[in-house]
Design a protein around this ligand. Sequence first.
Ligand code: ARG
Length: 701
Amino acid sequence: MAQSVRILMCAPQHYDVDYVINPWMEGNIHRSSRDRAQEQWQQLYEILKHHATVELVEPQLGWPDMVFTANAGLVLGDTVVLSRFFHPERQGEEPYFEQWFADQGYTVQKLPKSLPFEGAGDALLDRTGELLWAGYGFRTELDAHPYLAQWLDVEVLSLRLIDRRFYHLDTCFCPLTDGYLLYYPAAFDTYSNHLIERRIPAEKRIPVDEVDAVNFACNAVNVNRTIVLNQASDPLKTALSARGFAVIETPLTEFLKAGGAAKCLTLRVTEPRQISPQATAIQHRVVRFEGHLLDSGLVNRALDTIVAGGGSFQVLNFTLGEQRQDISTAEVKVSAPDITIIEDILGQLVDLGAVVKSDDTADAHLAAVAQNGVAPDDFYVTAIYPTEISINGQWIAVQGQRMDAAIAVTQTARGLEARCKLLRDLQMGESVVIGSAGIRTKRHDTSLKQRSTEEFSFMGAGVSSERRVELVVEQIAWDLRRIRDQGGKAVVTAGPVVIHTGGSEHLQTLIRGGYIHGLLGGNAIAVHDIEQALMGTSLGMDMQRGVSVHGGHRHHLKAINTIRRCGSIAQAVEQGVLPSGVMYECVKNNVPFSLAGSIRDDGPLPDTQMDLLQAQADYARLIEGADLILMLSTMLHSIGVGNMTPAGVKMVCVDINPAVVTKLSDRGSLESIGVVTDVGLFLSLLVDQLTKLTGEYARAN
Ligand code: ARG
């Protein structure tokens, strides 16, 4: 009997399911049998006594989970890092465990009060003794991991738990003798799985399936070649014995009702140290927020972003503005298990308006473009918000703001210039902003003045009621008129549905009225519009009677052919061949348009730009300086436009399909409005409303 291993247990006299702090406890309050628990615990105790020396800590009345000694702390050598329980329900166990360790002569390390860490439940030494796997996500805070590294002088690898059922690392992860690992991969995020795969060779990994996982097969006590656990499937037992392990099953069903099994009921208090001092990869940065942080929900969003991205945070300070118009400031320390994860999180926080404080200088970091059309690896990807970067201590505004670009910095005669550039436009020798330091984005103040427009951006509501459609139409009519009268710019992206739904006449009215200053679409809208103008059908349907016309399916090709003969849409208008329609009105009213081609285009029309890079450039030129963009039933062209459009431009997306509306309007900027309705109906309401407002034209047509 190898008695060099010492294990701490706590008898279940006072064990019960008294409260719910994990999903296993739900529905099990006072449902476990004390007698059966006693019996099961005793059996485990007898088995373990054959393999180790079992020490006991006195159970305490009122602390029913104290049986789970794995959560007492984490021992390495003669040091113990005491647990700081996440839930108040268990915090009262701390002094009893502390006393036990002190009595045994351990050096007791205690974490700061508000830094949760749940001992060996969330920290498991690799059995080769070389590193410590530490879990976070539910009970233990990532920021506790560096303390473990420091106090225990060990390399810590942080693993993020993502399945509530496996809230402690030891419920789904069990390092075994000889470097084997028994684990349930689905309990971890992708990054953690990569980390495990990088550090443990495939032949040493023993993944279990969900059935074994929920039977707590990974919650096993391993002493040398013996594994003691609640229950394992035959294939798992075979896999383990093939690797030289003897599996002992002992039922622990009463403890499963509290979310624990064999491993949870034990704590190894002899952990020899054979470890060379190591560092951890954990990264920290401090970010600063300023603005109407509470009103706008920004802080919540930022903290959620950090956690969802696999990091953790500590709010260092928060100064709350006292009056409604006062701004608040907050400094938050962000931690993440490694450099790529932290950079990813910081990039998102910058988009939310955070400023990342770097240690050395406050300036943005730059790197040279080494190959035309290719950015340095960790280049900063732009968002739609106005952005500034700090260079030599000066904030300079980035030109040509759009999303999904790099920021190129060039020296010009006027001084340093920063500009959003698409990857394909980057030139060798240019400098590009990398990382996330020294960058700030200005979000619109979403708290006060925009409250009024918020009523119109009812994406949260999903489908808009009729009254809401009316409200939006009133608002947009008002905007369109203001923009026209002030010499502003309103651009439309339109899909062929505009024509099929009878919206054509209304769109024509808007163009004639001087409300529209650019039209963006594809081959289809122009083809259907022209077909309707020439033949009265749209894709062969009679637009007056709503029935398909004999031979009508060829109409659109005839329309294309006619325009091709004329040379262009404008020439067709000039030659009197094209007498009406949306495209006709564009030509007549000098409204520039751009038709972007696609793989499915028939024809195409001579005006359709089949060089997509050129089409993107044309679109970008036409929306430059726009105040409002009306997106009418075209997901493809609208997304293309959305990608080029900076924040501050009002975007109104109309589509009968709520999913399209959500996709397009959900840019996180309040200027976007989604309207779920028939686009023909929408346009007719809009024209009616403008008529009411201006008395300009009696009911169109
Ligand atoms: N009811 C206990 C809790 O939720 C169970 C602890 C299980 N322990 C463990 N190391 N997984 O805290």
